[in-house]
Design a protein around this ligand. Structure first.
Ligand SMILES: C[S@@+](CC[C@H](N)C(=O)[O-])C[C@H]1O[C@@H](n2cnc3c(N)ncnc32)[C@H](O)[C@@H]1O
Length: 279
């Protein structure tokens, strides 16, 4: 384990030449796992579009509520979080563990920096028997799923909650995200959930397009999509009420009692979100 951690620290030190989308998102959230290069880029984006911080906060709040829904309403104890980003307050494993200490969570990211942070932070805050971080690319579904199953943390025959939150706007059309989603949906057993959120250029500020174009300087290009395109990512899974909505509109009653309710124009959150079930 200590060799792993040493390697993780080395990776962190050598991967700071570009802003990382995960660390910039951490900056929007007011987190501590970002560097000067991420903060400078993130601050420029916030200056162009102050809604960036609202997006991150409300997207994260949506993820927490979706995990509570999976756990409390559907009784799901297995989670795979692809494009998990940097561990922060209110991670999937922390929310899943609110309802008992039997949830299993595999975090996946293709950014070695995010993964290195995940390893270091999970070593401090999580149960290594139940929570794990793997390095894999959403675009290589076969390898990714193999690594997830090889962790030995999940029973592939029992329902899994698959999260792809604030990830797909970093997958451009040429990379055919819809084909990968088909693959992942096929791997999931009946009763599984797909949790998805995505930045949209439909009814949001025009500044978002300018910000998305600037992401060419980061570890991922960005691509915005409209509602009908995002809806297709759910395939034939059944969207749970209220369907595909602005992030704060998805089951606000599942927020923790100390969470502040969103007020204002929901379009200022920039992202739409939904959860769908495999029958
Ligand atoms: C904005 S963060 C989202 C974090 C978290 N899912 C959430 O919603 O709060 C996006 C993450 O997706 C990761 N990512 C981007 N492209 C990816 C890919 N092809 N495979 C795996 N992860 C990817 C980035 O490294 C980053 O950590």
């Amino acid at each position: 384990m200590s060799e792993d951690l040493d390697r993780a620290r080395e990776t962190l030190e050598s991967s700071l030449s570009r802003p990382s989308t995960g660390r910039v998102y951490d900056f929007y959230l007011g987190g501590q796992h970002n560097y000067a290069i991420d903060r400078e880029f993130g601050q420029r984006m916030v200056d162009m579009m102050p809604e960036a911080r609202i997006f991150a906060r409300e997207n994260r709040a949506f993820v927490r509520r979706a995990v509570r829904y999976a756990r409390r309403v559907c009784g799901i104890t297995q989670f795979v979080d692809i494009g998990s980003g940097l561990p922060t307050q209110g991670n999937v494993h922390e929310i899943a563990d609110e309802s008992g200490q039997d949830a299993r969570v595999v975090y996946v990211d293709n950014d070695p920096v995010a993964r290195a942070h995940a390893q270091i932070l999970l070593a401090d805050t999580a149960d290594p028997e139940r929570h794990f971080a793997v390095d894999a690319d959403f675009l290589d579904g076969f390898t990714l799923w193999k690594r997830v199953i090889e962790t030995g943390r999940l029973d592939p025959d029992r329902p899994i909650c698959l999260l792809v939150s604030a990830l797909l706007h970093f997958v451009v059309p040429d990379q055919h995200p819809e084909q990968m989603l088909d693959f992942y949906r096929d791997q999931l057993p009946s009763g599984s959930l797909l949790v998805l959120s995505h930045c949209t250029d439909e009814d949001t500020t025009p500044a978002l397009q300018e910000v998305a174009a600037r992401y060419v300087a980061t570890t991922s290009n960005a691509h915005l999509r409209g509602r009908s395109e995002v809806r297709k990512f759910f395939g034939d899974f059944e969207l749970i009420d209220p369907g595909l909505v602005w992030t704060p509109q998805w089951h606000p009653e599942l927020a923790a009692s100390d969470e502040q309710a969103f007020e204002g124009d929901p379009a200022a959150t920039l992202a739409i979100a939904g959860v769908a079930r495999k029958s």
